[in-house]
Design a binder for this molecule. Structure first.
Ligand SMILES: [Cu+2]
Length: 135
């Protein structure tokens, strides 16, 4: 398993919801949120209904917070590899972006990235993407 992180901006004039994501490198992709359990542990679970991004706002996907989980990864991902993800929004628009694979240990790293990719009827734009290994 690995996680994909980044910032998604909604440049449109209406709220939009990220409802699903797919990646060619992964057999299964889920939208996860991180919660704190009653026992104080951090746990992640599938985010029902997806992530809503307010008009003019951004969604930050980060280690220890909301993220895209890649499961059943078909081939080993090595640092420096590029992984293409496709994000699907509630208005049926899609945005593709490329994430650079990085070695990952701990949740305190600062991620920066590139590869902005525009698209989508609502003007949603994914940018600053990166991936963490060994999530
Ligand atoms: Cu997860």
């Amino acid at each position: 398993m690995t996680g994909a992180f980044g910032t998604i901006a909604n440049n449109g004039s209406a709220d939009i919801t990220l409802v699903s994501a797919t990646a060619a490198a992964a057999g299964r992709t889920e939208l996860h949120e991180t919660i704190t359990t009653a026992g104080g542990q951090q746990a992640m679970r599938a985010k029902e209904g997806g992530f809503t991004i307010p008009a003019g706002g951004t969604l930050t996907l980060a280690p220890g917070a909301s993220h895209i989980m890649l499961m059943d990864v078909s081939a080993p991902l090595r640092a420096g590899d590029d992984v293409t993800l496709t994000l699907t929004f509630s208005d049926h628009s899609t945005v593709g972006f490329t994430a650079r694979v990085k070695d990952f240990s701990g949740a305190n790293e600062t991620y920066t990235g590139s590869s902005p990719s525009a698209g989508g009827g609502m003007g949603a734009t994914a940018s600053a993407s990166s991936m963490g290994m060994d999530h």
